[in-house]
Design a protein. Structure first.
Ligand SMILES: Cc1cc2nc3c(=O)[nH]c(=O)nc-3n(C[C@H](O)[C@H](O)[C@H](O)COP(=O)(O)OP(=O)(O)OC[C@H]3O[C@@H](n4cnc5c(N)ncnc54)[C@H](O)[C@@H]3O)c2cc1C
Length: 427
């Protein structure tokens, strides 16, 4: 089974990077070179402080180099639900945080002129897989209109969704305008290129293994070096199991494998009918399926294999799922298949906080962190500067290790099976 991503096959070269050898000093040492770590480094450098990044693998090796590139302000939990559980102010705060996240990504791309990220803000369609889900989308659209006075998301009919996507299987949808698609690996490499160009040290193949405290500073140790800093940022998200150092973060998460396939180039007569308006689309199933057109291919994502490794059967499932949504693609060959771990949390929200006086983190994007992790990096930069940051429900209060975390693997299978069953019976 060949597992290679479309992004890796089409990305601009990464900047030349090396491992950490010897000892270094800086203001903030960042563990993990995905969007969270890269964005934190950018904003720390902008404030005149010196960041250093250590990455266990290669640049953007984690979710940031493998995701679907869907840029969206939404969370997994709908705003009406958030309001009924936590009140109006909290729901509104999250609504604005989601949009601020998208803005911070757009600003990053524009400021650093990352043109090869191919950012296209054509909008996002949440497509209802049944009438029950359609009612949920209507509630969200009404909430946004009533509570924000804006029309950032509007309902579209089943016919409009068919015209916008090229498939007739959906009951209608919610079109969000401040959303779109990006080449995720070029985005990460673009930020890294800028950082390296301004002299920021970014070390790859340098896993942070332990920390120690010396003379009022925190020291992060890798196999061949150490970085001493005033603060440390953990930006390890769904890959927090790489070393024991981040075990306490790993235990707050339920990593879940998400897979993507990309077709071979499609003939114009097929391509012209798929997503002609350039939107990106995700459905309302609990086991979300999503798709977008990239160049002359369709890319289609959904649940991957359970466990630590890819499996051909999970990619085959995804292919069958794509053929249900787009029967015209049934016999189209798949050129690329790949997967990665999304970091789920029990409340379906990301969180940023402090582990101790010198240690900060932001993790748990629940498969929706392309924009949010960029924004969280900015918040982490401010937090390490001693600024008060209003994170509301996204703060780390109450975000604790999950009891019996070691038994999560069978738990994930059970939960996924239950969610799939609910999808099948239409609830
Ligand atoms: C298949 C897939 C599809 C997705 N699609 C979308 C999408 O379309 N839209 C969207 O908004 N979100 C999507 N996501 C989620 C999104 O990609 C993530 O939320 C985001 O990339 C998180 O960035 P991050 O920097 O926090 O983590 P990551 O990019 O995962 O980076 C964490 C890094 O930490 C490093 N690391 C771990 N431990 C150590 C250590 N001890 N020392 C040094 N380094 C360490 C890892 O090697 C890794 O590179 C998707 C995720 C996946 C897996």
């Amino acid at each position: 089974m060949t597992v290679q991503s479309l992004w890796a096959a089409t990305a601009q070269p990464a900047p030349a990077l090396q491992s950490l050898y010897g000892e270094r000093q800086c203001d903030v040492v960042i563990i993990g070179a995905g969007y969270t770590g890269l964005s934190a480094a950018y904003h720390i450098a902008q404030s005149g402080r010196e960041p250093v990044i250590v990455e266990a693998n290669t640049l953007a090796w984690g979710a940031s180099g493998r995701n679907g590139g869907v840029v969206s302000p939404k969370f997994r939990v709908g705003f009406p639900t958030l309001m009924s559980r936590f009140g109006r102010d909290t729901a509104l705060h999250l609504y604005h945080a989601g949009h601020a996240a998208v803005n911070s990504l757009v600003e990053m791309v524009q400021t650093l002129r990352i043109t090869d990220a191919n950012l296209h803000m054509g909008g996002h369609i949440a497509a209802a897989h049944n009438v029950h889900a359609l009612a949920g989308l209507e509630a969200t659209a009404n909430w946004i209109k009533r509570e924000t006075g804006g029309a950032s998301s509007v309902m579209v009919s089943a016919g409009q969704v068919r015209e916008m996507t090229g498939t007739a299987i959906f009951s209608g949808g919610l079109l969000t305008s401040g959303a779109g698609g990006i080449h995720p690996l070029n985005y990460a490499r673009g930020i890294a290129r800028h950082l390296v160009g301004r002299g920021v040290k970014l070390f790859t193949e340098s896993p942070a293994q332990r920390v120690s405290h010396q003379n009022g500073r925190i020291v992060v140790h890798t196999p061949t070096g150490a970085v001493s800093a005033r603060h440390v940022i953990y930006a390890t998200n769904g890959y927090s199991d790489q070393t024991r150092l981040t075990q306490t973060l790993h235990q707050r998460l339920i990593p879940f494998r998400s897979a993507i396939i990309a077709t071979e180039p499609l003939p114009p007569q097929v391509l012209d009918r798929l997503m002609p308006g350039g939107q990106v689309c995700g459905d309302t199933k609990r086991m979300l399926r999503w798709f977008r057109v990239v160049g002359n291919r369709l890319i289609f994502g959904g649940r991957g294999a359970f466990g630590k490794h890819d499996s051909q059967s999970a990619f085959d499932d995804l292919r069958r799922s794509m053929a249900v949504v787009f029967p015209v693609l049934e016999d189209v060959p798949i050129a690329y298949s790949w997967s990665g771990l999304v970091a789920m949390t029990l409340d379906y929200l990301p969180h940023a906080g402090q582990l101790d006086e010198r240690s900060y983190y932001a993790i748990g994007y629940n498969g929706g962190g392309v924009a949010m992790s960029t924004w969280m990096g900015k918040q982490l930069a401010a937090m390490t500067a001693g600024e008060k940051v209003q994170l509301g429900l996204l703060a780390g209060d109450g975000f604790n290790p999950i009891p019996l975390h070691a038994f999560r693997a069978p738990g994930v299978r059970l939960a996924a099976g239950w969610q799939q069953f609910l999808d099948v019976i239409g609830r």
